[in-house]
Design a protein. Structure first.
Length: 314
């Protein structure tokens, strides 16, 4: 299978639907076909050549499939009560991975440093995790953590907040993503309060989104991505991503990571692609959300929204 990107880059991608260690009945779902990603500039000549007849290609593949011992760092700030907020970011990256997810890893580390002053003083604790195996193991780190600490998460986790691709150069649009219905209002309220960015609710929002042609401006429910390994346990999920505007020259409408920039998952994702001021603002937002949750007298959940959730958001 030859997969052609939409632009000059060659995105590294994932093809297996199996998360973490496969069960015996899942092994047959692991693809056995060789796959390669190519740039549009390389694919267009192939498409043209196919119009006149068959095209022969030679593909060399070196694939590892097996067990690996990897590290899963975890840090925790204790609260006065046993419940906690789980914050995670994946530390494995393609190439330099400056905006996916070196910035996210440094953001979580800075969150832990800033919030350390509240250790033992918060009502609820905050647990920080750096996930291995995001792409390379298909979320194997967060999946292992969910399996291993299932009971602790089921009994005590308030919410999972995923941090991926903050601090991207030019990312000035704030988008609540991977949020479940019960925490959506709170997540969107905090985003507006801290950043001033309106999440554009209601029918007018749909009209504005349609005109802008941007599928990531509207708030989204969790998708099968972003280390969303905790649904079955019953843990609420939420996150906020800073994204490039639809008319930004670096925006690729087919890309969701790296703020929607064309260099995502490619060798072009180098250190010059992040902005320290935007990363600081993102970290400020995440800090405010963590503190608001960890000090809440009443958790800001709208449980009725679960029953009311319909097709207005996807």
């Amino acid at each position: 299978m030859i997969c052609m990107s939409a632009g000059k880059q060659r995105h590294k991608m994932i093809i297996t639907p199996v998360w973490g260690t496969p069960e015996f009945d899942q092994t047959k779902s692991i693809p056995r076909v060789h796959v390669v990603s190519i740039a549009k500039t390389d694919g267009d000549p192939i498409i043209e050549a196919l119009k006149t007849g068959p095209v022969r290609a030679t593909l060399f593949a070196d694939t590892f499939e097996g067990w690996r011992t990897v590290r899963l760092p975890v840090a925790e700030l204790a609260g006065k009560e046993p419940e906690f907020v789980l914050v995670g970011a994946h530390y494995c990256s393609w190439f330099d991975g400056s905006t996916d997810n070196v910035t996210g890893d440094s953001c979580v580390l800075e969150l832990a440093r800033i919030l350390k002053q509240f250790d033992g003083k918060l009502r609820y604790g905050i647990r920080f995790a750096w996930w291995p195996g995001h792409s390379h193991g298909r979320y194997s780190g967060s999946t292992w953590y969910a399996d291993t600490f299932w009971h602790d998460l089921r009994d005590h986790a308030i919410a999972y907040f995923n941090i991926d691709s903050p601090g991207v150069k030019g990312a000035t649009v704030y988008v609540p993503r991977h949020q479940m219905a019960e925490v959506a209002d709170f997540n969107e309220m905090m985003t507006t309060e801290v950043t001033g960015w309106s999440t554009m609710k209601g029918s007018n929002a749909q009209l504005a989104i349609g005109k802008r042609g941007d599928k990531y401006v509207s708030p989204t429910r969790p998708s099968r991505a972003a280390d969303q390994s905790f649904w079955g346990i019953g843990v609420s999920s939420m996150s906020v991503y800073s994204m490039l505007t639809p008319d930004d020259a670096n925006r690729d409408q087919n890309v969701g990571g790296s703020g929607g920039a064309w260099w995502w998952h490619s060798e072009h994702e180098t250190i010059d692609k992040f902005d320290s001021a935007i990363l600081a603002q993102d970290t400020h937002l995440y800090t405010a959300i963590m503190l608001r949750l960890a000090t809440a007298d009443i958790l800001p959940y709208n449980l009725a929204a679960i029953a009311q959730d319909g097709g207005s958001r996807s």
